[in-house]
Ligand binder design. Sequence first.
Ligand code: ADP
Ligand code: MG
Length: 237
Amino acid sequence: MSDKVIQLKGLTKRFPVGNVYFTALSDINIDIDKGEFAGLVGPSGSGKTTLLNIIGSLDVPSEGNATVLGHSIASLSQKQAAHLRNHHIGFIFQTYNLLPVYTVYENVEFALLLQNMSAGERRKAVMQALEWVGLTDKEKSKPSMLSGGECQRVAIARSMVKKPQIVLADEPTANLDSKNSHHILQTMKALNEELDVTFVFSTHDEKVMQYLKRKIALADGKVVADEAQLVDETQIG
Ligand code: ADP
Ligand code: MG
């Protein structure tokens, strides 16, 4: 059996702009295996978010195929796409997207409410996820009481609490300082190694790039390089 969790074949995405079409992604061919720690790198406007949205079943290709965990994204009903996202894919965004009126605990628990779990099972899963990111002592805090780095750790816990097979992180360090960026990357790398979760990032942050085990470079909606990287922790700075 193939351990490819993401297969993109001849993927093209066009958006209507006025009465013409703008090609945001053009003939993308990429396979990503289970357990990879891979990044889409490229300047603003190169198509990173568009591609993550399609992998995350938030959007569909205009041409070609995106197969995620064995499902062809374009052929899923809305309900099937929602099921895939709710159970198997975690999302981390640049702006954290936490709900301000809820506590840290509730923000993480939110990801489990669409699953058939008892309150006790949810409690166990949420506390485990907060432990992964080192925030068990903040469970009762509101996001406004936390630093940016802590907010992003809550978002990581929220993305991981359902034990997804894939986590998609769109510019996860864009709003963080250097120290917090390294901490966030180390946390995600540990989760990738310990739980064998596949991570796909988008970034144009040099600090993030150092951690990637595979760099997929995009320019103007095309893949212009795709290379494995040896990560030397002692050289990261
Ligand atoms: P990145 O995440 O690398 O900055 P995006 O994927 O957001 O790039 O965007 C790639 C290109 O597609 C940009 O030129 C952007 O303006 C365009 N684009 C993205 N979404 C839409 C949309 N819904 N309608 C029209 N153009 C879009
Ligand atoms: Mg983007």
